[in-house]
Design a binder for this molecule. Structure first.
Ligand code: SF4
Length: 449
């Protein structure tokens, strides 16, 4: 176990201070391993050279860890306040454009299929016409806008405050997420009319003190936008998310979905991976929701080269890889607050209990109780002085269900694994088995009661 260290990174930084603010280049966020910036390139696309430049910047100015978030943004960690300006300059030099303001999210494989409308062109129109409004500090920093051109893989599973969805050739439907689930249609029109509607919605939120729809009482919402229906159950266009592995795109080329093991990629691995595949003529890298990284535009005959390079550099190409459901933060060795080596515990679990980690169980290895890598998981191991907090169905910061001494963690997990193996009923996954067993039995196994 690593001990708690006192050398906190720069106390005097201008970190993200607005409540819930997104850690942009202008408002980086202080974390246990230094400052963090979250980046979303315009259209969500990088060239291979830009991906390499981003890796070099993370290595040079951060602690060399890159994350792709659950919403498909890129995070660079371990920065100091002095490194923010050189990082911004390096990104600028590589022509990586990081627009300011709320996130505008496009499906990662947009523009590669016959689609109803061009989502990238609409993003450009929005940014061109609403520059000042998008840059306004009056909007909630976490506000998100989804633009979906109507391709086969969409973002219907990704919640957003405002959605612009193409429902026919150059016909856009504008919807708002009133309560996180209900998506209420506000208007239908061409691109210009959709942007007019978006402007009206953003203006309303800005005038209401940076509110989000859930902050606006329903009666007020309907009085302001009388065109809103009470329900929209039949209007949502449900599409699957783009999968891991091969996706045939129009024109004969392919896209390929990969995922960083434990949701984290070492910058040196990203650079090495790109170097190994740079001769294949790959057109772009596209981060996507669910922590995916898509490679777009190469020949099917080159899949084996890509797959080999991915394996060598810590990327998973296997939809059944248990690490897909496991999240690890920087942990000891990379973060001053880390009490243990998070990825090492994750790899040990996969090596020793492969039958238990059947891909159904969300596991979170957190170096301390801050829980930077994941919000909630079925099973969380949070490092503390002298041991681990084990939290069932919760956050790293929640009161622990069990406290395990440092040297006992592997035997505790071993006992839990044996319990699961003994109790699993035909066809049951580990997640459903644990849910059936309940906290008392799980905690009893961990503690050897
Ligand atoms: S959760 Fe991990 S990365 Fe975050 S402060 Fe704790 S040890 Fe560091």
């Amino acid at each position: 176990m690593a001990s708690e260290q006192s050398d906190r990174p720069d106390a005097g930084v201008v970190a993200a201070s607005r409540r819930g603010a997104c850690p942009s280049l202008t408002e980086p966020m202080q974390t246990g391993d230094g400052l963090l910036v979250r980046l979303r390139p315009r259209h969500g696309i990088l060239s291979l050279q830009q991906g390499r430049a981003l890796g070099e910047a993370a290595l040079r100015f951060g602690n060399g860890l890159i994350e792709i978030t659950a919403r498909g943004s890129i995070q660079i960690r371990g920065l100091t306040s002095e490194m923010i300006a050189p990082l911004a300059a390096a990104l600028h030099e590589a022509a990586i454009e990081i627009p300011k303001g709320p996130a505008i999210e496009l499906p990662p494989l947009h523009g590669l299929f016959q689609e109803n409308a061009n989502a990238a062109a609409l993003e450009d129109l929005v940014r061109q016409r609403l520059t000042a409004l998008l840059d306004s500090k009056k909007l909630a920093a976490k506000l998100s806008v989804v633009i979906d051109g109507g391709g086969p893989f969409g973002l219907s599973a990704v919640p957003a405050d405002i959605r612009l969805e193409a429902i026919g050739p150059e016909r856009w439907l504008v919807l708002i997420n009133a309560d996180g689930h209900k998506r209420l249609p506000v208007a239908v029109g061409n691109a210009g009319e959709a942007v007019d509607c978006l402007e009206k919605l953003l203006q309303f939120l800005a005038e209401n003190g940076g509110a989000r729809w859930r902050d606006i009482p329903s009666d007020r919402l309907h009085a302001t936008f009388p065109e809103l229906p009470e329900s929209s159950e039949t209007i949502i266009r449900a599409t699957p998310e783009a999968p891991i592995g091969l996706v045939q795109i129009d024109g004969g080329a392919i896209a390929y979905g990969l995922r960083a093991r434990f949701g984290q990629l070492r910058a040196a691995d990203l650079i090495g991976f790109i170097d190994d595949i740079s001769h294949l003529g790959i057109q772009s890298l596209r981060p996507g929701p669910g922590r995916w990284l898509f490679l777009v535009g190469f020949a099917k005959s080159d899949i084996d080269i890509v797959a080999d390079a991915a394996r060598r550099h810590g990327l998973s190409i296997d939809a059944d890889d248990p690490s897909i459901k496991m999240a690890a933060c920087a942990g000891a060795g990379a973060c001053a607050s880390g009490h243990y080596h998070t990825r090492a515990l994750g790899e040990t679990m996969i090596d020793r209990w492969p039958g238990v980690l059947d891909g159904s169980l969300a596991v979170h290895m957190s170096g301390c109780v801050k829980g930077c890598a994941e919000r909630r998981a079925a099973l969380t191991f949070a490092g503390v002085d002298g041991g681990y907090h084990v939290v069932l169905s919760g956050r790293a910061s929640d009161p622990p269900d069990a406290l395990i001494a440092g040297g006992d963690i592997e035997s505790a997990i071993e006992r839990l694994a044996r319990l699961i193996e003994a109790e699993k009923q035909g066809g049951e996954t580990t997640a459903t088995c644990l849910a059936r067993l309940g906290k008392k039995r799980i905690v009893g196994a961990l503690r050897q009661e």
